[in-house]
Write a protein that binds this ligand. Sequence first.
Ligand SMILES: Nc1ncnc2c1ncn2[C@@H]1O[C@H](COP(=O)(O)OP(=O)(O)OP(=O)(O)O)[C@@H](O)[C@H]1O
Ligand SMILES: [Mg+2]
Length: 384
Amino acid sequence: MDPIPSNCPALISDTVQAAKHCCDFSIRDCVQCYRCSCIDRPLPMNDQGFGLVCFTLSGFSHGSDTKSSHSLKQHKQLMKIAILSRNPRLYSTRRLVEAAQSRGHEVVVLDVLRCYMNVTANRPEVHYNGKEITGVDAVIPRIGASVTFYGTAVLRQFEMMGTFPLNESVAISRSRDKLRSLQLMSRKGVDMPVTGFAHKPGDTKDLLKMVGGTPVVIKLLEGTQGIGVVLAETPKAAESVVEAFMGLKANILIQEFIKEAGGADIRCFVVGDKVVAAMKRQGAEGEFRSNLHRGGSATLTKLSAKERATAIKAAKTMGLNVAGVDLLRSARGPVVMEVNSSPGLEGIETATSLDIASMQIEFIEKHLEKNVNRSTLTKTRGKG
Ligand SMILES: Nc1ncnc2c1ncn2[C@@H]1O[C@H](COP(=O)(O)OP(=O)(O)OP(=O)(O)O)[C@@H](O)[C@H]1O
Ligand SMILES: [Mg+2]
């Protein structure tokens, strides 16, 4: 590679035109422009709202600069990546932006609720702030549970346009439906706590017997962060909780209580067909729920081969490329509690000091490289 010209205008100017001029290559294919990464701030946006090439190496944490620049040289095909997220300031979104930019890619954060779509036959379009979004190579969906319906519709539209989604819309929809997820995993023989589901049971006692009797964990289907997860130790307590939830017309799950998990669960972070990181979350003293929001704490843990295989199988069953698989260590081996399609990065990167954001970008790079003709980019291309 040629040395950076000492008079490189990119060193003294922050316009993309100047950087283009300095080496006479298109900015997207130009490794030399990457060498101008002494610029430690994003270059200005183009008229579609994309920062053309953004360099933020100085702000990059976890010491992966060397790895990134090495990888970039191997991947001259720089990408345009859209992150669907409601808030660019969220830790996970910021880290994905940093990781993509540090590898030389263009990246934009789109508020999924502000995307609007043209669903005319054969010419799907996504618009944002009065402009059509074109030329996006990959989309990273960070779709919160409360916007699943609209968020997956926007993602599906990108899929129809031939854009590679880090996770497909259909897989996200599956994972958001707890009952459907458990049914899919049961079909594939993924072990999980014995689980009963009922809308309006005629016989609560039989329902409890079905899952092996008390103690049981009763969960609101729509619950999150441990809210709506109750441990019922006696049949009387269980019946009262079931009746109370039913009275509120809430859908509930009743699960075998995995006592030997000792108030801890294991978050396995899956990227592609590997568990790239894992942490153990331990509930506060006297608490069976390990949620960090409930005062739990996270530490590093080493996974057994069976735990790894179970996490990978669970993510695959959902069709997710990136997943946070929550396991409980039961006496009969690992059991899957849940598969999360937008796993947060803060807890796991802090606990493991790993650069998981870059691993996701690397997965996209590899996937796009393998599928140059783009015809096999998504399994469904919006079908689903
Ligand atoms: N069957 C079970 N046996 C033992 N402990 C359980 C069981 N189910 C849940 N727990 C504990 O309770 C915590 C919260 O349960 P769960 O993850 O199902 O609900 P949530 O965290 O509210 O939902 P979400 O993970 O979708 O945000 C788990 O992390 C785990 O520590
Ligand atoms: Mg949970």
